[in-house]
Ligand binder design. Structure first.
Ligand SMILES: [Zn+2]
Length: 267
């Protein structure tokens, strides 16, 4: 906004020349004018996104028949849902961090101090491996991801839709039948993004015990995928596809027999 468009304000209460408080040396009014006429987008984004996350918390609380929701604090809402195991740990800790971050901006006048605290909180936030985004604003991504997970929880009859019932057996049957499996059909347990490089951790679809690492390099003009091998059974593949022939047939029989006789067998 143009300097000329800012209104002039002053108070004729006392002779300001005699008051040591007349012009605060820390420039608090300068900051105020700047925040009113040229608001810091981060402060308003954080407070707005927080409100939208709360919208879904309220929907779920309503859905499970919680009482006096409008008198609950944000923290109480999220703790209530966590205690009832409606939202799992990663989502819970992200929402707690969203709330802390919001409180920093809601209570800290000094934006420079606020930004320092925010950076520490941002490091605790985690992108869900099943959430895909091209947004490099981590806070915005975590808020939108949290909203989508909460919406999915609401749509699932207010129960967590998470992967506790991943169809391991079905995926393994497909691998045994077709001899190969596209990496995205496996259970993705973690993702880390480093610039153009995405590192995924997959639960091994054969032994169900080991971890297979997959890396995707999206550097422009240099697209490539690398597939590691299962640290337990050795299953591996080529780029994006896991191939059964990377494990000997005797070993496969042993793995299948073991899990069929083991305590983890699910019908
Ligand atoms: Zn394995």
């Amino acid at each position: 906004m143009e300097e000329d468009n800012k209104p002039v304000m002053f108070a004729m209460l006392a002779d300001s020349r005699r008051s040591k408080y007349a012009i605060p040396e820390d420039g608090v009014y300068d900051n105020l004018m700047e925040e009113i006429f040229d608001p810091n987008p981060l402060r308003s984004h954080v407070i707005t996104l927080h409100l939208y996350v709360e919208y879904w918390l309220d929907k779920i609380l309503n859905g499970i028949g919680a009482e006096k929701i409008d008198r609950m604090t944000f923290n109480k809402k999220v703790n209530h849902l966590n205690n009832k195991e409606i939202i799992e740990e990663d989502l819970y800790s992200n929402i707690v961090a969203i709330n802390r971050l919001r409180n920093v901006y809601a209570h800290e006048l000094d934006l420079e101090k606020a930004n320092k605290k925010v950076m520490i909180l941002l490091q605790k936030m985690k992108i869900d491996p099943y959430f895909v985004t091209t947004d490099d604003d981590l806070f915005r991504s975590v808020c939108l991801q949290s909203m989508m997970l909460l919406e999915a929880t609401f749509a699932n009859g207010c129960k967590s839709p998470r992967l506790s019932d991943f169809p391991d057996e079905k995926v393994r049957d497909k691998l045994l039948k077709d001899g190969k499996l596209f990496w995205q059909e496996c259970e993705i347990t973690d993702i880390e993004e480093h610039g153009y490089i995405s590192q995924y951790q997959l639960r091994c679809p054969l032994c169900l015990k080991g971890v297979i690492e997959r890396e995707k390099d999206k550097t422009p003009g240099f697209k490539e995928s690398f597939m590691g091998a299962c640290n337990v059974c050795g299953l591996s593949g080529n780029g994006s596809t896991l191939e059964l022939e990377t494990v000997s047939s005797e070993h496969i029989d042993k793995i299948i027999n073991q899990s069929e006789n083991g305590p983890n067998k699910s019908n």
